[in-house]
Design a protein around this ligand. Structure first.
Ligand code: DC
Length: 240
């Protein structure tokens, strides 16, 4: 296996010496606003941002382009043993490189989303991604988002959030997001896709989507991104 992760946030703010650099996890289902909030929170704090869903999407992309059976864990594990996955962090975005090819713009489609959720149920895939995710957070000062950040990948995190929202609100948020992309979908397709994915992510045997027992639960149904962000910042500031 050859796996390299680059961190490229040269422009990150240096912290005041008395401020401690925390490891912050944000988990929750799709469409809850986690990516936007996590990215903004990281920027506000001068922290690194890690989107672990992008890693699962990178694996899905590789599986799809290799034409192997995504449900065959042996085949997927063998494929990963010769796969190089890199995340390149820029000031405002993350790029995903699979075997040195930048595939970032191919990762948001509904079919890659589904496949990411399918391969994410394989213990071999989760195991392969574990050190990659942890390598990112060796120095603290990071906001990580995903499904199992607070429960499995970083159980020792300093601050844990779990965001949730009414499913219909999540479906329409994702629907609106997709209208700005090339792939215009109708609300029913988005609802069907997200329900399938939610069910699979919540019910899998390994690292299912559940809140950590010590996570702070936040219902974002009736909150704007800025309101959520202000709330999270307040909690984090009290811990620094
Ligand atoms: O966050 P996202 O929608 O980009 O994630 C895509 C899929 O990847 C999601 O449906 C489940 C999987 N995933 C996971 O199982 N664990 C994570 N920590 C992040 C994502």
């Amino acid at each position: 296996m050859s796996t390299i992760i680059r961190k490229g946030q040269e422009s990150r703010q240096r912290p005041e010496s008395h401020v401690c650099r925390l490891l912050i996890t944000i988990d929750g289902p799709a469409g809850v606003g986690k990516s936007t909030v996590a990215k903004k929170l990281a920027a506000r704090l001068g922290y690194t941002y890690l989107d672990t869903g992008a890693l699962y999407r990178g694996v899905a992309w590789k599986v799809r382009s290799s034409n192997i059976d995504p449900g065959n864990s042996d085949q997927v594990a063998e494929l990963l043993s010769t796969t190089k996955l890199e995340l390149a962090a820029h000031e405002h975005a993350l790029s995903v490189l699979v075997d040195a090819q930048d595939v970032t713009h191919e990762l948001r489609s509904l079919d890659v989303s589904q496949l990411a959720s399918t391969v994410a149920a394989l213990p071999q895939v989760r195991h392969w991604l574990l050190p990659i995710q942890r390598n990112f957070a060796t120095e603290g000062g990071i906001v990580v988002e995903g499904r199992d950040m607070g429960t499995k990948v970083f159980p020792e995190a300093d601050v844990k959030f779990f965001l949730d929202a009414d499913p219909e609100i999540r479906f329409s948020r994702r629907y609106r997001e997709l209208q700005t992309d090339d792939q215009r979908k109708n609300l029913d397709d988005v609802r069907r896709e997200m329900t399938l994915r939610d069910d699979r992510d919540r019910s899998r045997d390994v690292s299912p989507l559940i809140p950590a027992t010590d996570a702070m639960m936040i219902d974002t149904s009736n909150l704007s991104i800025d309101q959520v962000l202000d709330h999270l910042t307040e909690v984090v500031s009290a811990r620094q």
